[in-house]
Design a protein around this ligand. Structure first.
Ligand code: CTP
Length: 403
């Protein structure tokens, strides 16, 4: 899935011959799963038609503040357009439009929208080679970069003038790849390896029976998704679950028992930067596992249980630079118990779930959590979807790591 999926992209088209390429550009963005709106300078309509772009973007195309031919025309609100956008791309960006952008001129809807946008702005210049190298143009690029705008450099090749050199609009696929890569490079968890445990564990009694619990694995899978969406490489060690997650940055390691989870976690812990243990690991397992199915010969049956290894505590004991996060599911003295676990297991942060909160805990789509950090800060949240809790948790970890 592209990082552009679900993003709102505002494409600003200025009047260069390369404007004809914007039809392909819009298609590429739509293919990547983005929402696209187009604003054109009036002169650019000579090079590509609004009808083509509105058909491809599935949205109206704007080129003036209102439609002069329509007596009931509505105001095309540049501020709304600017604020709607997650990113603005000006392509092709002519010397004229770029110079106006650099100097705050605002004599058309595209420029007014640019000035209203608060999001990242990319510009892909297209002009003849001498214009591209002109000191004024270079000065304009420099100025726009100091405003935080990003240039997508022009390509070299045959130009509309017949000359050959630098100044061609970058190819639509290259523009899309450039923006995707630029966003990926800025993700806060880029180059971070996050280890996550999820789901229940099953402790065998005999070849057909086990001790388990009702954990769905949902919380851990949502945390994995949230971390991967912010650029992390994720190793997700999961007990038996129905959850699915197809993300190119997430490797799922399926396990069944607490011992298998322990082994898998320890195989990856040394190389990770952040470990989040959200699995509902069985605290006890049968002392002996029957090799054959146990027959119902007696009226009562006792099974001796022994403790499983506490995976979280074992990591707390060996951790070096890793940021270690545990969960605490409590039914009484919640805050006190969670703080105790944080200290005892040498954690950096603990996520407290109270079973007293309606909608929290196992098998639900929602959770109500409190984060308690090593620095004693306590942050309580309202009842939220587990996907939202996961994003809150990852953001909290990023805040703590950057602090
Ligand atoms: N945990 C673990 N290995 C275990 C048991 C628990 O890694 N064998 C982890 C869980 O993934 C969770 C945290 O420990 O992050 C807390 O689990 P919880 O069951 O609330 O606490 P326990 O420490 O097991 O204590 P108790 O059951 O007595 O409350």
């Amino acid at each position: 899935m592209s990082i552009l999926s679900g993003k709102n992209i505002l494409l600003g088209i200025s009047a260069g011959i390369a404007a004809y390429k914007t039809a392909s550009l819009v298609r590429e963005f739509i293919k990547a799963g983005a929402n696209v709106q187009v604003v054109m300078t009036p002169a650019s309509k000579d090079f590509v038609t609004p009808l083509t772009l509105s058909t491809l973007s599935k949205n109206p195309v704007y080129s003036s503040f209102y439609n002069e031919d329509d007596d009931n025309a509505e105001w095309n609100n540049h501020v709304e357009l600017g604020l709607w956008a997650d990113l603005v791309l000006i392509a092709p960006a002519t010397a004229n439009t770029l110079s106006k952008m650099a100097n705050g001129l605002c004599d058309n809807l595209l420029l007014a929208t640019y000035l209203s946008a608060k999001c990242p702005v990319y510009f892909a210049p297209a002009m003849d080679l001498d214009m591209y190298k002109h000191p004024t143009t270079l000065e304009t690029f420099k100025k726009l970069k100091t405003f935080g705008n990003t240039i997508i450099p022009a390509a070299t090749g045959e130009l509309a003038s017949g000359l050959v050199g630098e100044g061609r609009l970058a190819e639509p696929e290259d523009i899309v790849t450039f923006i995707e890569q630029d966003i990926l490079n800025q993700l806060p968890l880029k180059n971070k390896h996050v280890l996550i445990t999820a789901g229940p564990t099953y402790e065998a009694i005999d070849p057909v029976r086990f001790i388990g619990n009702h954990s769905s694995g949902k919380m851990g899978f949502e945390i994995a998704r949230a971390a991967a969406n912010l650029g992390a490489k994720v190793t997700l060690i999961s007990g038996p679950t129905q959850q699915k997650l197809a993300h190119k940055s997430v490797e799922i390691v399926p396990v069944i028992s607490a011992q298998e989870m322990y082994d898998a976690v320890h195989a990856h812990f040394k190389d990770c930067d952040i470990a989040i243990l959200s699995a509902a690991v069985a605290d006890y397992k049968p002392k002996d596992v029957a090799t054959q199915k146990i027959k119902k010969k007696t009226s009562t049956l006792s099974i001796d249980l022994i403790k499983t290894k506490d995976i979280l505590a074992s990591l707390g004991a060996i951790k070096t630079s890793q940021f270690l996060v545990g969960f605490a599911l409590e039914t009484q003295n919640e805050l006190e118990n969670a703080k105790g676990k944080l200290k005892k297991k040498n954690l950096d942060l603990i996520v407290l779930n109270s079973l007293q909160d309606k909608g929290a805990g196992f098998k639900t789509e929602t959770n109500k959590v409190t984060f308690i950090a090593k620095d004693t800060t306590v942050t309580a949240f309202d009842l939220k979807l587990k996907s939202e809790v996961a994003v809150d948790l990852i953001n909290e970890i990023i805040k703590k790591i950057d602090a």
